[in-house]
Design a protein around this ligand. Sequence first.
Ligand code: NAP
Length: 284
Amino acid sequence: MTVTVLGGTGMLGREVTAVLRERGLDVRSYGSAQVDITDEQDCGRAADHTDLVVNAAAFTKVDDAEAHEAEAFVVNAVGPGLLARACAQRGTRLVHVSTDYVFDGTATRPYAETAPMRPRSAYGRTKAAGEWAVRAELPSAYVVRTAWLYGPGGGSFAATVLRMAGERETLAVVDDQRGQPTTTRDVARFVADLVEADAPPGTYLATSEGETTWFGFAQALFEAAGLDPERVRPSDTASFPRPAPRPAYSVLGHDRSVAAGLRLLPHWREALTETLSDLVGRTA
Ligand SMILES: NC(=O)c1ccc[n+]([C@@H]2O[C@H](COP(=O)([O-])OP(=O)(O)OC[C@H]3O[C@@H](n4cnc5c(N)ncnc54)[C@H](OP(=O)(O)O)[C@@H]3O)[C@@H](O)[C@H]2O)c1
C-alpha cells in the first residue's frame, strides 16, 4: 500500500510517517513546502497515485488563531475540504486528524464520538469546520480526533515542563483542566491499525486510557525523569490568562474503537514510561 502523509514535518506527521514505514508501507511524507493543502493543484498531486492520504497538516497555534482566524480557517477547513474532494475524485482513502478543541470542555463524563461539536475557540471552530468539509466531500473518510499530544522533537507541554525543570526550582501548573496525555507514537499506531483493519468509516477518538490534570501530568513527568515531584505546585486556569480559552474537561471516550475491535491506546502513565527517554534526549 502506498501512503501520502501531509504535515509530515510536524510533531505527529513525523511519527505517522515512521510507524507506517515500520509496518512496511511505501510512504511519501511532505511538509508545507512540498504540498500546500490550501492549494487545489497540490491537493490533487498529493491524492494521485496513492492508496491513502493521512492529513496531519494544520494551523496549530491555538492562541494565534484568535487574532488570525481567517488564516487558520484556510489551513484547517478549506484545505481539508480541497484534499477530501481530490481524494474522492481519485478513489483515494483519507485519514484526517482533528482535536478535542471541537468540544466545549464543559462535560463531566468522557465525550463520545457522537457528542455535538461546540468549539469555544477560533482554533476549535476552524478544526470543526474542517471535519464537516471532509465529511461532506468524502463520507468514507476517517476523522481521528486526538488531544494533549506530546512526542519526540515537537513543541509540547511535556517538552516545556522538562526544559523548565532544568531552569526553575518550582513550577506552577494548572490543576483544573482534565485530559489524557497522549503520545504521537500511540496515535500513529492507532492510525495504522485503523487503516490495516479497514474499520468502518467515521469519527474515532484516539487518546490514552486514564486521565489526569496538567498538574498531575507535570508531576508524573518529574517523577519519571528522577526529579522531585514536589517541585511542581498546583495552580488554576485563572492564574494563566491566555488569548484562547482552554477546555476544562477534554477526556474522550473510545466506544467506537472498542466496537470496531481496534486496540485501545495504552494508559497515559505506561506511554510516558515508553516515551520519556526520547523526550529527555531531545530536550537535553
Ligand atoms: N499538538 C497537539 O497537542 C494536538 C492535539 C490535538 C490534535 N492535534 C492535531 O494533530 C495534528 C498535527 O498536529 P501537530 O501537533 O503535529 O502540529 P505541528 O507540529 O504544528 O505540525 C503542523 C504541520 O502542518 C504543516 N502545515 C501547516 N500549514 C500547512 C499548509 N498550508 N499546507 C501543508 N502543510 C501545512 C506543517 O508543515 P511545515 O512545518 O512544513 O510548514 C507541519 O508539518 C493537527 O491536525 C492538530 O490539530 C494536535
